[in-house]
Design a protein around this ligand. Sequence first.
Ligand SMILES: Nc1ncnc2c1ncn2[C@@H]1O[C@H](COP(=O)(O)OP(=O)(O)OP(=O)(O)O)[C@@H](O)[C@H]1O
Length: 206
Amino acid sequence: MTLTVKDLTVSRGGIAVLEGVNFTLTPGRALILRGPNGIGKTTMLRTVAGLQPPMTGRVDAPEESIAYAAHSDGLKAMLSVEENLRFWASVFGQVEIDNAVQAFDLIELMPRLAGTLSAGQKRRLGLARLLVTGRPIWILDEPTVSLDKQSVSRFADAVRDHLSGGGSALIATHIDLGLEGDVLDVGVFKATGQYADPSGFDESFL
Ligand SMILES: Nc1ncnc2c1ncn2[C@@H]1O[C@H](COP(=O)(O)OP(=O)(O)OP(=O)(O)O)[C@@H](O)[C@H]1O
């Protein structure tokens, strides 16, 4: 399943932040997004994931092929780790959670309420949810925030497994994950003119 981005302009608060973005992400590949704070990586990822509309241009991906993991983990605090994973799997029509538990070393945390986890443990659970979606295209925004060295390495292994199984990943990260992949410096797409979104849509409320 290939993701294609064509002549994309993305905006925050009605202002274009990146324009003329083009790339193709094919099965088995990772594309690492780089760029300074505030350049528009999150905005681009949200647009590619379909969480906000493009200002101009297109994102082509097969329906229901994208799983998105953002800064906020969005876990259900009053459900256990196991219940969170089972709930998330059921949302995506899946039942299998064992791979996710193993990949992120969650077995001992399974009975714990998600709300009682440390920041890094929450992040591990948030990332484990990607595996239970069964979706091939992962879009990840700073996935390693709060993770210790060992968990970063586990995460990189999970991405490698995903790629070797024919999945793909678009990742904004400031650290070197040791993954083989193409690097896209989004700074070159910095919008030159600041113009209001003609739709008047302010996605900042989403
Ligand atoms: N809700 C919002 N309304 C208006 N502007 C916003 C909003 N959220 C972010 N911005 C601005 O949009 C621009 C792009 O922000 P974005 O979060 O996409 O950058 P980023 O490259 O992901 O940054 P970082 O590396 O710090 O995470 C920034 O200038 C930011 O201040």
